[in-house]
Design a binder for this molecule. Structure first.
Ligand code: SF4
Length: 553
């Protein structure tokens, strides 16, 4: 817990007034005050662990600005929702009949950044007591919230103390409790000293200790093209499993809001060393033309749905031609926009173009288009706005929606929450897909749920649900060797063990084969697992799968 004396210290008038904010929106990034500012110092989070931060002189204040704003492609114009300007003959659109037209709205997306977090207090004074905590912890963890999430999903009525336990508050507002004692003390001391260069250094060191790039993504998942030219352009492509290629479009390297537990948080702190970003689609397509084994493209980020439709078009338009890369059958788009800004599919200026583009991939390209929706709690499905967005995706774009989410302490570590979520999803035509484990990065220790507890949550939830819900897999760890499901805890020859299996693996021979590990009630991640006496775990010390033992029969 954070001591009240520390919080009262933070509330004292500070000689060195430091406005700390990360990953500001485009409009803030270009605000006149920042343009007027003079850069006093800058740094990036490099191998030495320095932070990617610039310190600006701004009037009498010093602003520490996360440099990710310089790399974030975030078109505020797209957010100008002006449905009045849309003249669409709804009946002319295939599949539109019987679907209500999108509601007219003047809502405009504006990111709530750390710089402006106190504005939240104007509507929700329950946050005032927590602002200092948010500002300081927001130096380490990227912070951004969306007005929709803050105003429509967080239950502020529970009051100042309890609101921090609200799953959606916990989802976006960081706290110093997300840091280990050692890191928290170090950051507080740096803050006490008041020297911006020391704060920068400490922030960089702490971030460097938080395992910014888990599971060897940067090296082990690198694609290998025959062409040197293509290879050098594949700066935002990963190829871990033979049938699936991941692409991280440069314009998708942000989200409408940031989850406090995000395992891709390193992408939002603006360091090129840690960032995957594909600048154009052509080299991706060149790569795919060399790889007939690839049937699936997974567009991810950040969140690809933060992109304007015209940016998404460079990836999706060619796939509207069925003769183009015909071996690519499935397009998946990983997104949390349904929760953070469902208006993207309904009332944003280019929402209709987006829906039409998605439909063409299906109708003209003959491909399966799947929205891989990050949905972690049944309350996310409760608003009219999200319900309308889901309806448009299903009935106008003819895309499927699959749901996936990690199980996170204090957010959804409860079988009732998952059962209600999955039931509601199936009722709405969403296919339950995955329950994941908290990954070994960022604030894992704050959110993690032991493997045993997660497995119990999964089985308790699924046991009470219809068979249609049993498409959900998990709890699963996406780790260096592959995707490992915790299948159960059993007793073998008097010994309690974890039963596990690969749902995906770098070595496909392992997929579907069970294996065992010593039972450990504290284990939270695959590298906590230990082999049973006389047996081996199926990976080596680098996480690379060993050859499969020949079957006994
Ligand atoms: S939506 Fe996904 S990528 Fe974006 S912050 Fe949340 S977990 Fe991370």
């Amino acid at each position: 817990m954070i001591s009240s004396s520390f919080l009262s210290y933070l509330r004292r008038p500070c000689i060195l007034c430091v406005f700390l904010f990360n990953a500001v929106g485009f409009s803030d990034a270009l605000s006149p005050s920042i343009h007027r500012s003079r850069v006093l110092s800058s740094s990036t989070l490099n191998a030495a662990g320095e932070a990617n931060i610039k310190i600006y002189e701004n009037g009498n204040d010093l602003d520490i600005v996360n440099n990710s704003i310089n790399n974030t492609v975030f078109d505020d114009e797209r957010m100008m929702s002006s449905l009045s300007a849309q003249a669409i003959d709804m009946d002319d659109m295939i599949g539109m009949k019987g679907v209500e037209p999108p509601p007219v709205s003047n809502e405009r997306y504006r990111a709530i950044t750390l710089h402006a977090v106190d504005k939240v207090a104007e509507k929700h004074p329950e946050i005032i007591q927590h602002l200092d905590d948010i500002r300081l912890s927001g130096l380490i963890f990227p912070f951004k919230a969306s007005p929709y999430l803050v105003d429509e999903l967080i239950d502020w009525s529970v009051g100042t103390d309890k609101v921090r336990d609200d799953p959606f508050y916990r989802l976006v507002f960081p706290t110093l409790e997300m840091l280990s004692d050692k890191h928290r003390e170090k950051l507080i001391k740096a803050k006490d000293d008041g020297d911006p260069s020391v704060i920068m250094k400490v922030v960089g060191e702490i971030r460097g200790d938080l395992n910014p790039h888990p599971a060897g993504q940067k090296t082990l998942n690198a694609p290998k093209s025959k062409s040197q030219e293509t290879q050098s352009s594949l700066t935002g492509v990963q190829h871990k499993y033979s049938e699936t290629v991941l692409v991280f479009p440069a314009a998708a390297q942000t989200c409408h809001a940031y989850c406090t537990y995000c395992f891709r948080w390193a992408q939002f702190i603006g360091d090129d060393e840690l960032r995957f970003a594909q600048k154009e689609a052509d080299s991706l397509f060149d790569y795919l033309s060399e790889h007939d084994e690839v049937s699936d493209i997974l567009m991810t980020g950040g969140d690809p749905m933060i992109m304007q439709t015209r940016s998404l078009r460079q990836y999706l338009e060619p796939l509207c031609d069925p003769n183009f890369l015909p071996h690519v059958r499935n397009i998946r788009i990983g997104t949390r926009t349904l929760t953070f800004w469902p208006q993207r599919f309904t009332t944003d200026k280019d929402a209709d173009e987006l829906i039409t583009l998605m439909r063409r991939v299906r109708e003209e390209g003959g491909r399966h288009l799947a929205i891989m929706a990050h949905l972690g709690h049944f309350r996310e499905l409760s608003t009219k706005k999200v319900q309308h967005a889901i309806e448009r995706i299903q009935k106008e774009a003819f895309a499927t929606i699959r749901s996936q989410s990690p199980v996170m302490r204090g957010i959804n570590d409860d079988a009732t929450v998952w059962a209600k979520k999955w039931r509601k999803e199936v009722q709405m035509g969403i296919i339950p897909y995955y329950m994941f484990m908290a990954r070994d990065t960022g604030a894992q220790h704050f959110f993690d749920v032991p493997l045993e507890k997660a497995q119990r949550i999964y089985s308790d939830a699924i046991r009470n649900c219809s068979g249609l819900i049993r498409t959900a897999r998990g709890p699963s760890m996406s780790c260096t060797p592959g995707k490992i499901e915790v299948t159960g805890v059993e007793e073998i020859l008097g010994q309690k063990v974890f039963v596990l299996r690969f749902l995906q693996c770098r070595n496909e021979d392992w997929i579907g084969r069970p294996f065992f590990a010593k039972y450990d009630p504290k284990a939270v991640w695959y590298d906590d697992l230990e082999p049973l006496i006389g047996m081996e775990l199926p990976w080596d010390e680098n996480g690379i799968p060993k050859p499969v033992i020949p079957r006994l029969n």
